[in-house]
Unconditional design. Structure first.
Length: 100
């Protein structure tokens, strides 16, 4: 399993629009072959802070996600709404096991 955790800080005036753009990206992303999870999290303490948790069966599946029309549209749409560049960190998922 390949996991990417992306931290995003959004300008306060763009929170609602960012959440909507993420919803649209999420709805398409969970339909991708190889997608295991695609969670959008908003901080309970700081409304401008978000975490995207993306889990795919393989690194190739995660890479394919970055070439989809919905991801490219999301990236273009939200670029100016971020207070700072987003930070993505890749992980090798250990548990739960992907193939049960």
């Amino acid at each position: 399993m390949h996991v990417t955790i992306v931290s995003v800080s959004v300008k306060p005036e763009n929170i609602d629009a960012f959440k909507e753009a993420c919803r649209l990206n999420h709805e398409s992303s969970v339909q991708e072959p190889g997608n295991l999870r695609f969670d959008i999290l908003q901080s309970a303490d700081e409304a401008t802070k978000f975490v995207l948790y993306e889990a795919y069966k393989t690194q190739q599946d995660a890479t394919a996600h970055k070439n989809t029309a919905h991801y490219l549209a999301w990236r273009e749409t939200v670029a100016d709404w971020m207070a700072e560049p987003r930070q993505g960190v890749s992980y090798n998922g250990l548990y739960p096991l992907g193939d049960k």
